[in-house]
Design a protein around this ligand. Structure first.
Ligand SMILES: Nc1ncnc2c1ncn2[C@@H]1O[C@H](COP(=O)(O)OP(=O)(O)OP(=O)(O)O)[C@@H](O)[C@H]1O
Length: 529
């Protein structure tokens, strides 16, 4: 019997500390760990040692990780490559998957996470070798897409991976998610990464076109086919032949139009309104909705057959409140875009304001964030958005929720949402109460740990900046509860501890570090029972 082969892992990274940390934990799992400090060195190590798994940094001096990835696929097609980057962009993730990476991990990462990812990669590599298969993945064309999609949360990373996986085929994709989560952006990214990228892309907002005009809009009409049809008109499907059509708000489409869409999808055929001639079209369809299509199918307001046809691949976009780790980068992205477009030159947001926004529920999702940052950046007097520049209704909603240990209420959310859902980019910021709000003294900047960390243990985050959450809470309370910060803070903490313990006072008192009698007194004092 052959002795089991020791899995070989090659770490390619120019950060010595990170390589050292990875080597320590991976060696602890009995893997043979090889190191390379550059892409070039990594290629020759891969050729010499034929590793099972390669952990590859994306940003290195000299050859970039993405370039190395493509060479490595050629040198060692059976190796499973995990791309690591601190500067993850959508583009990177999509490209990494297109170029055949096994997976992708954002720095800073938990060592446990990289360990489990490495384990899965080793298992996958063994399967591949066992099956005697060559990796069929080949590098697809390297077209340069205009990125513009931010998301380093794992939920968005999954979305980007899916884009990479589905883009090259002609499969129909349904993008779902709340309003403002970026459905249109994702549809465009699929198109831009597809083999039809040089062909037309037409987005149709089905909710914005009156029912009696939508068929003509989509399929065209013949002259005189209805009152007002003074000329022949070519519809979007015909215009888009060879390309991609994105049907936004598909849940708002009438049943008769749905039938025609189904035919276009199934047979690749359309008819202009008022004509019996059948026209062949070759169009890839992408669709989006924030409506519950499954329920609509049950209620027979959406055709079941069309539902299944459109829903071949489903990309569900998570609401922003479930991926709050994306908020800082989104803010930075919006600020940079505002500066690029000469709309505002505010460069950053204070750690306190950012920490405060991290507690917000973002009912209007990324669209709301864009508008809020636009408005705040225009009102900010210096280089930095401070808490005083944020819309007061948002600050109040957050601090009120902090005081009652309740999440931001639906009512406050609706109010906030209504004042921030202007179409992105097209609306001038509203100078509201925010402009006259009393200015809080800016607090000293929060200390951010710099430099490279020594070898970390499992469960720690590598390179993670440390931010003290009390800075934000304190700054927010200074603005809204100047005279009784301590009481306010105590009440909020007690309420949270009680909520965590399901109202059990003994346990809550233990967490809070007070006697049960004191806790009871406070519950009465703050009316928390
Ligand atoms: N991940 C993201 N990165 C950067 N910008 C984003 C992201 N997601 C959404 N946006 C921006 O937010 C705004 C709303 O996005 P989009 O129109 O794609 O949302 P939607 O889900 O289609 O909304 P609706 O359902 O209301 O049509 C756009 O300006 C878009 O550029």
């Amino acid at each position: 019997m052959n002795a089991p082969i020791t899995p070989k892992v090659l770490v390619i990274d120019d950060d010595n500390d990170l390589r050292y940390s990875l080597k320590r934990v991976l060696s602890g799992r009995q893997y043979e760990v090889l190191e390379a400090a550059s892409g070039e060195e990594g290629l020759s190590m891969a050729e010499q040692h034929n590793p099972h798994v390669i952990l590859l940094d994306n940003r290195m001096g000299g050859m970039s990780g993405m370039e190395a990835l493509q060479h490595l696929r050629g040198i060692n097609p059976n190796a499973m490559i995990i791309l690591m980057t601190a500067y993850g962009t959508t583009q990177t993730t999509i490209e990494a998957m297109k170029f055949g990476a096994f997976d992708y991990i954002m720095k800073p990462f938990d060592l446990k996470k990289i360990l489990s990812l490495t384990e899965s990669a080793i298992a996958a590599s063994k399967d591949l070798v066992k099956a005697g298969k060559e990796d069929a993945a080949s590098a697809v064309s390297n077209e340069d897409i205009e990125g513009g999609i931010i998301g380093s949360s794992s939920a968005m990373q999954e979305v980007f991976k899916m884009i990479g996986q589905v883009a090259a085929s002609d499969v129909t994709v349904m993008v779902t998610g709340e309003s403002g989560t970026g459905k249109e952006l994702i549809a465009r990214a699929i198109y831009q990464n597809s083999l039809r990228a040089q062909k037309p892309y037409i987005a149709v907002n089905c909710a914005a076109i009156p029912e009696n005009l939508i068929e003509s809009e989509l399929f065209g009409h013949e002259k005189g086919s209805f009152t007002g049809a003074t000329n022949q008109r070519i519809g979007k499907f015909e215009l888009c032949d060879g390309g991609t059509i994105f049907l936004d708000e598909i849940g708002d489409m009438a049943l008769t139009t749905q039938t025609k869409i189904l035919r276009a999808l199934q047979e690749g055929e359309i008819q202009r309104v008022g004509s019996s001639e059948t026209i062949k079209v070759n169009v890839r369809m992408l669709a989006a909705t924030n409506k519950p299509l499954e329920e609509m199918v049950k209620e027979k307001t959406f055709r079941e057959d069309l539902y299944y046809r459109l829903n071949v691949v489903r990309i569900q976009l998570p609401p922003l409140r479930e991926r709050k780790e994306d908020v800082p980068k989104l803010i930075d992205f919006v600020l940079k875009r505002l500066a690029r477009d000469s709309k505002a030159d505010t460069k950053s947001i204070s750690p306190e304001a950012l920490a405060l926004l991290n507690q917000y529920r973002w009912p209007g999702n990324v669209r709301e964030l864009e508008n809020l940052i636009y408005r705040s950046a225009v009102l900010a007097q210096g280089d930095m958005i401070l808490i005083k520049d944020l819309p007061q209704e948002v600050v109040k909603a957050i601090t009120a929720a902090a005081g009652t240990a309740e999440p931001v209420t639906a009512e406050s959310e609706v109010a906030v949402s209504a004042s921030h859902t202007e179409p992105a980019g097209g609306v001038e910021p509203v100078a509201s109460a925010t402009a006259t709000a009393p200015a809080a003294e800016p607090l000293a900047p929060v200390a951010v740990a710099g430099g490279s960390a020594p070898a970390a243990e499992e469960g720690t985050l590598l390179g993670q900046p440390s931010v003290d959450p009390y800075d934000a809470v304190y700054a927010a309370l200074r603005e809204t509860h100047v005279s009784n910060i301590l009481e306010h803070g105590e009440r909020a903490l007690i309420a949270r501890a009680l909520a965590e313990c399901g109202g059990k006072q003994v346990k809550a008192a233990e967490i809070l570090g007070m006697t049960r009698a004191t806790l009871r007194k406070r519950i009465d004092q703050y009316d928390l029972s």
